[in-house]
Design a protein around this ligand. Structure first.
Ligand SMILES: Nc1nc2c(ncn2[C@@H]2O[C@H](COP(=O)(O)OP(=O)(O)OP(=O)(O)O)[C@@H](O)[C@H]2O)c(=O)[nH]1
Ligand SMILES: [Mg+2]
Length: 432
């Protein structure tokens, strides 16, 4: 959609249209009580603002306390000012209000953060520095417990050693193990740090903190991958019981819809009727299409029909939910391979991505889950959920070091906006 260019045009230089953003286009919805007088002020404020979504939103929400026609008009105004197509503007406002009503949020502070998240996606501003800072804040919040623990232990370690010696290295290894980095990874990380400290002639224990941050970030160096694929893109989601597969699918569907994609979700978790209903509810909330069969049906049949529907009806993305299963049960793991085969039979190349969801609070068990799932049904990406509220955040490092499978998203809470793209640098900064 290239809103970047229009934003730069609008705020970077003197554009003619910028003088009068199409006020009348979104006008009639509200603000008439004030005679729409805010429009002139808002135009000026936006033009004079630094081009950052958070700052724009401050201006847009000035004097708006609750949802209603005034909020709609203000949001519409922002879209118009950014020269976004009217249809996208209206779709955004409609979808946002539907979600807000569903959640029962009325007061701005209840939904402000979600609103910003949605705007960032819809306006393609997610990669802006401003949004990255917000992610870092969110990440720091989510990792608070892990950071507190590791921070306290590192402080104690560095202050109790006057110089860098063998005892310090051993204790550092223990601190990392306590944060659930895992024995093998803690040892490897310490060895890397030791080599660097000696090469760079580091004497001060406290200087190791920065080195450690850099080494942790280096663990997550992204691998180059082929992104091109034959639509619809098919994503298979697997994992043990209760790790957050279904909610993560909802969050992924939500993100993709906000990015303008047509999304279908399929309930190949046919084990419980409640699981099918749960996914249907989420599909409704995010505006995604939904495919299911009766509880007890063959999951592979659901998957086959879903991919058929996705191809026939021109969906951009199909996400297949599966029942949680113990990684130690061979027959259940075999079922996954069958689902995978069947998807590929109807649509060559599908599933384009197989995502393993793991729960960060399970600590080291995440490693054996990853290993066994990967053996039964090769995994392309890992999503780690429930990093909020755990002191075991180090598990992220362990998983990345041990398997080299990219971690693409992390879950930092139960809300839609709480699923965030994973970035190693931000993670290391938030952790240390
Ligand atoms: N705090 C927190 N809770 C989460 C996160 N992701 C999921 N949850 C919660 O975890 C619980 C289980 O989520 P589901 O999505 O039903 O898990 P599932 O893997 O589909 O479960 P099964 O289908 O039974 O295997 C729900 O209460 C979610 O709200 C997260 O990132 N943080
Ligand atoms: Mg589920």
């Amino acid at each position: 959609m290239g809103f970047f260019s229009s934003i730069k045009k609008l705020w970077g230089g003197a554009s003619e249209q910028a003088e009068e953003p199409a006020a009348e286009a979104s006008g009639e919805t509200g603000g008439e009580a004030e005679g729409g007088a805010w429009r002139a002020d808002l135009t000026l404020a936006l033009r004079q603002s630094e081009p950052k979504l958070s700052l724009w939103l401050n201006h847009v929400l000035r004097g708006v306390e609750e949802a209603g026609p005034l909020l709609d008009a203000r949001l519409g105004f922002l879209f118009d000012a950014l020269e976004a197509p009217a249809a996208e503007r209206d779709a955004f406002i409609t979808a946002f209000n539907a979600w807000r009503d569903d959640m029962g949020y009325v007061v701005v502070e209840e939904f402000r953060s979600e609103l910003q998240y949605r705007l960032a996606l819809a306006l393609e501003l997610e990669d802006e520095e401003d949004e990255r800072n917000r992610l870092l804040l969110k990440l720091s919040d989510g990792l608070a417990r892990t950071r507190e623990q590791i921070g306290r232990n590192l402080d104690a370690l560095f202050s109790s050693h006057a110089s860098i010696d063998e005892a310090l290295w051993e204790e550092l290894e223990e601190v990392l193990i306590t944060a659930d980095v895992g024995v093998a990874s803690a040892r490897e990380l310490t060895a890397r740090l030791k080599r660097r400290a000696s090469k760079e002639n580091i004497q001060e224990p406290s200087a190791l903190r920065d080195l450690l941050r850099e080494e942790v970030a280096a663990v997550f160096k992204p691998t180059r991958r082929i992104r091109a694929l034959n639509p619809p893109e098919v994503v298979l989601v697997i994992g043990v019981n209760g790790v957050g597969k279904t909610t993560t699918i909802a969050k992924l569907a939500h993100r993709a819809s906000l990015q303008g994609k047509k999304v279908l979700v399929a309930a190949a978790d046919t084990f419980r009727a409640a699981a099918i209903e749960q996914l249907e509810l989420w599909a409704g909330r995010t505006g995604a299409g939904f495919h299911a069969k009766a509880a007890g049906s063959d999951p592979a049949a659901v998957a086959y029909e879903a991919v058929d529907k996705a191809v026939q009806e021109g969906y951009d993305l199909l996400i297949v939910d599966t029942a949680g299963r113990l990684h130690t049960k061979a027959n259940l793991m075999e079922e996954l391979s069958k689902i995978k085969r069947v998807l590929g039979k109807r649509h060559p190349g599908a599933p384009h991505r197989t995502l393993l969801v793991i729960d960060a609070t399970t600590g080291q068990n995440a490693l054996s889950q990853t290993k066994l799932f990967h053996e039964a049904c090769p995994i392309d990406e890992i999503i780690l959920t429930k990093l909020d509220g755990t002191a075991k955040g180090g598990i992220v490092v362990a998983v990345a070091m041990q398997f080299g499978i990219p971690i693409t998203f992390i879950g930092l809470g139960e809300k839609m906006e709480d699923l965030r793209p994973f970035d190693g640098e931000s993670f290391a900064s938030a952790l240390l």
